[in-house]
Design a protein. Structure first.
Length: 74
């Protein structure tokens, strides 16, 4: 489901994995919404997410998380 937000952008709820996660995705962790600031590839396909707040989260190839993604208008 896509929903408009102020400024003309669209947001979409998506399921992300270590393969599909992107910078800018907003993932809820421990009741807090955290925006992915940077990604680091680890061995065996895992990724380490660095949130803008400074926290780190390592996700395995089979990890599935719900996220909100900002979609660019064309």
């Amino acid at each position: 489901m896509n929903a408009p937000v102020p400024g003309g952008a669209l947001v979409s709820n998506v399921e992300v994995t270590a393969t599909t996660v992107q910078r800018g995705d907003i993932i809820q962790v421990g009741g807090r919404a955290c925006r992915v600031g940077n990604l680091f590839q680890l061995s065996n396909g895992a990724k380490q997410l660095l949130f803008e707040s400074g926290e780190l989260l390592t996700i395995h190839t089979r990890t599935r998380l719900a996220a909100v993604r900002m979609l660019r208008r064309r």
